[in-house]
Design a protein around this ligand. Sequence first.
Ligand SMILES: [Zn+2]
Ligand SMILES: [Zn+2]
Length: 145
Amino acid sequence: MFERKKVTAVVIVLSAASMFALAGDGFVFKCQNKECGFRPTIIFGGGMLFEQAMGWCHQCKAFRTVQWSRPGSPNINPGAKPIPQPKPLAEVWVPAIGQTRRIYKCPKCEGSFMEIRKPEELCCCPKCSKPGFKVDPNAPRLAVD
Ligand SMILES: [Zn+2]
Ligand SMILES: [Zn+2]
């Protein structure tokens, strides 16, 4: 009986750890400006098989994502060719966060976007430009594989 309990505990710990290591994180954001109310679901980071860069395209007014195969990821579809990482248009130092970020071409238009890596990097609503663009505390957090 004791042995069985021990095994169960190990399995739970392992699966929780692999979720954090492999999955992307999704959050529902909400603009606090009542006239705007923009409420998108935003995915940060990649999944088990892919990596991604995500940002706001100011030209097509939407969050856009480019994805590529995670190097050394398990190949569940042997016929599929790995997708190479797209070459960024530029890499810039961002004064507000004191770190460098890459700029990628938007996959849907001729515009471009700067990658956003963490929820804390978003403070102003991309639609109305007002501050108070935050994770909706009432919405569930998503793990993406
Ligand atoms: Zn675009
Ligand atoms: Zn807004």
